[in-house]
Write a protein that binds this ligand. Structure first.
Ligand SMILES: NC(=O)c1ccc[n+]([C@@H]2O[C@H](COP(=O)([O-])OP(=O)(O)OC[C@H]3O[C@@H](n4cnc5c(N)ncnc54)[C@H](O)[C@@H]3O)[C@@H](O)[C@H]2O)c1
Length: 342
């Protein structure tokens, strides 16, 4: 029996709790060891819930862990990753890695140079609904991809279950709906149908929070000639904490994702229209040998096997380049901006 991996946590808020719950379902032997959050109540509550040990500073967590989850607000990610890489510990860092692609790229270079396993919380890539959609787009029956309509809406997460004041502070969050939330969407679009080569966008600030945009519309051009429209909005409809709807038009098929993780997904192609969700969707993937492995499990497996975790920092750097290009376009009143593909 290999000895259990000691997992540390930096940040004990909403997403840390989510990862701890997902880790509980991982087969690789592990324990949550030391955790730190400058908020003493939060670290004590988290430690009690997950039978962990609350400590008084980040370096103590890093020193006593084999692998560390970075779940702090975004402004801290780069410094935490630097310290973790310097100690040669494996790292799972939440998205966004940083405020901009240049910083994200230097973080990716640091973890590569340290020879550690790195992973990033771009969790949509492992969702059954997205895995299904990618299979559909690869199926020649669909014909070529033509156009995607991608809507992502969420109440502004300074309230409700997220209740995070830091998301209204550009010094801590970097910016608003696009970087903080819809980096998932540009990552998925590039992963499904990329590379994205050009963008044009508009942004608005309805909540009057300086530096925190709450509405973004972007037109994304793929190298293939297809295009997508991404609408991302942070509203105040408190019954809608987070949901996405994706409509994908191919030459001979329409695919719709209504539930971003477990469906429903719908198709209309080749004289056949239908829908599935939940266990039926899982069964469809399993029948085709498409593994459903959540990011936490992939991370632990990569550590044990010496492999690469996915999605990794390099994947996030690509998403950051697209996000940067969308902001550049929005600041230039919608002028088209090229996205580097190399
Ligand atoms: N992958 C996803 O779908 C997803 C979802 C939500 C949040 N996130 C990301 O996770 C990160 C945290 O978001 P959250 O919703 O958990 O926020 P949160 O406010 O619930 O928790 C963040 C915690 O970080 C702590 N913190 C701040 N500085 C720290 C430091 N130097 N060391 C240790 N802890 C520190 C804060 O005290 C706070 O408790 C953000 O980067 C966010 O973008 C990702």
């Amino acid at each position: 029996m290999p000895s259990p991996l000691r997992i540390g946590f930096l940040g004990c808020g909403y997403i840390a709790d989510f990862h701890a719950a997902m880790l509980a379902d991982c087969d690789e032997p592990h324990v949550i060891g030391d955790v730190f959050d400058p908020d003493g109540d939060r670290r004590a509550t988290f430690a009690a819930k997950w039978s962990a040990h609350a400590v008084g500073d980040a370096d103590a967590v890093i020193e006593r862990s084999d692998a560390v989850f970075v779940c702090t607000w975004t402004s801290e990610h780069a410094e935490m990753v630097r310290r973790i890489a310097a100690r040669g510990r494996h790292v799972f860092c939440e998205k966004p890695l940083a405020f901009d692609a240049a910083t994200a790229a230097s973080m990716a270079a640091e973890v590569r140079a340290a020879g550690i396993v790195d992973a990033v919380g771009l969790i949509l890539r492992t969702s059954p609904a997205m895995l299904w959609l990618r299979e559909m787009l690869r199926d020649p029956v669909s014909g070529r991809l033509m156009n995607i309509v991608f809507r992502d809406d969420q109440y502004i997460p300074t309230q409700g279950v997220y209740a995070s004041s830091w998301r209204a502070d550009p010094e801590l969050a970097g910016s608003g709906a696009l970087l903080e939330h819809s980096i998932h969407d540009v990552d998925i679009l590039d992963w499904l149908a990329g590379p994205i080569v050009r963008v044009a966008a508009e942004q608005s600030f309805f909540h009057d929070i300086h530096g925190i945009e709450d509405s973004v519309s972007a037109v994304l051009r793929f190298e293939s000639g297809a295009s997508a429209v991404l609408s991302s909005v942070w509203h105040d409809v408190l019954s809608r904490p987070s949901q996405r709807r994706i409509e994908v038009f191919c030459e001979r098929a329409l695919y719709t994702v209504e539930g971003e993780f477990f469906g429903p997904v719908r198709w209309d192609r080749d004289g056949d229209a239908g829908a599935m969700e939940g266990v039926e969707l899982d069964g469809w993937l399993k029948a085709r040998d498409i593994a459903i492995a959540w990011p936490e499990s992939r991370f632990l497996t990569a550590i044990r096997t010496g492999g690469r975790a996915t999605p990794a920092f390099e994947d996030a750097v690509r998403a950051h380049h697209i996000v940067d290009a969308i902001y550049r376009s929005a600041r230039a009143a919608g002028t088209a901006v090229a996205v580097p593909t190399a």
